[in-house]
Ligand binder design. Structure first.
Ligand code: NDP
Length: 262
């Protein structure tokens, strides 16, 4: 039996095992996917090898450490400098970022997206911004503090804080902050959000499982809204394809979606 896991701290809340195990069950693939609480991200490769995992997902706060410890980093993850998937191949730890393509898949139903405003500048914002940039979409990042904006500027992405941001028209506004996750906060001052959401057509929140204050405001201003459930699903499906070396068809994706719902 092959072994897989999700590394995180905390990891108890993760729904990845139920989603990935549902996929393995659907394929009759002899594998077990488990939660692995990891305190020290510096030890991630060592733990991965010691436990004889064939593959793993990596969640908060270890994605950057996982990037640094991998033997080979593939695709857009090289630019993002953070990875959420490990695969063992020929005794080498190969790393990928499936959050970025997972996000693109999740917004496929949104049409005519040429200009996007991303709220937040953390790890998720990096993945989303670079994924959109690769699609030649005009990206702007807005964050409450200055420090994390350098990364975006270094990748030729416009990046502002609340003080120097100038209102513009965007087709899609994405909340990639954690505002709204465990509180009722908006991700930016209401005056700014009112103006940008009034001009935009679509709003996406990376937070899943609830209508956040951001999505509620966007809906009241006539935006088509979507939460982060599909982003979570598709990053998992893309990782699953790497784990099982099988292209996911619609039935497999549906079984993973059901697994996610529990
Ligand atoms: P990070 O901690 O890396 O970044 C958080 C960002 O949010 C920072 O830019 C921070 O600003 C900003 N922020 C935090 N609180 C507030 C607030 N009250 N008001 C305004 N800005 C705030 O987090 P991640 O990028 O890893 O995750 C961000 C969100 O995305 C989380 O809610 C997470 O659950 C969700 N997520 C969803 C996924 C999915 O599959 N659907 C996948 C990954 C993440 P500052 O720089 O000033 O601190």
């Amino acid at each position: 039996m092959k072994k897989f896991c999700i590394f995180g701290n905390p990891v108890a809340h993760s729904k990845s095992p139920q989603m990935q195990n549902a996929g393995f069950k659907y394929l009759n693939f002899d594998a077990l996917y488990e939660k692995h609480h990891l305190e020290n991200g510096d030890l991630i490769k060592e733990e991965f090898l010691k436990n004889a995992y064939s593959g793993a997902n990596i969640t908060v706060p270890h994605k950057e450490k996982a990037f640094k410890n991998a033997d080979i980093v593939k695709g857009i993850a090289q630019k993002i400098e953070a990875v959420n998937t490990y695969i063992l191949e020929n005794d080498k730890v190969i790393a990928y970022n499936t959050d970025a393509p997972g996000f693109l898949k999740a917004i496929e139903s949104f049409e005519q997206i040429y200009k996007v405003l991303i709220l937040g500048a953390g790890g998720t914002a990096k993945a989303i911004a670079l994924a959109l940039q690769e699609k030649n979409i005009d990206v702007t990042v807005l964050n409450r503090s200055q420090e994390k904006l350098e990364f975006f500027k270094n990748h030729n992405i416009k990046a502002f804080n609340f003080e120097n941001f100038q209102i513009n028209k965007f087709d899609l506004i994405v909340n990639s902050t954690s505002a709204g996750l465990k509180d009722d906060l908006l991700p930016a001052p209401k005056e700014i959000l009112d103006e940008v959401l009034d001009k935009s057509s679509f709003a996406f929140d990376c937070i899943y499982g609830k209508i956040t204050p951001f999505l509620a405001l966007a809906k009241s201003l006539d935006n088509k809204i979507k939460g982060g459930e599909d982003m979570l699903l598709y990053q998992g499906v893309l990782a699953f394809e790497l784990f099982s070396k099988t292209k996911a068809d619609d039935n497999l994706i549906e079984s993973m979606r059901k697994g996610l719902k529990g």
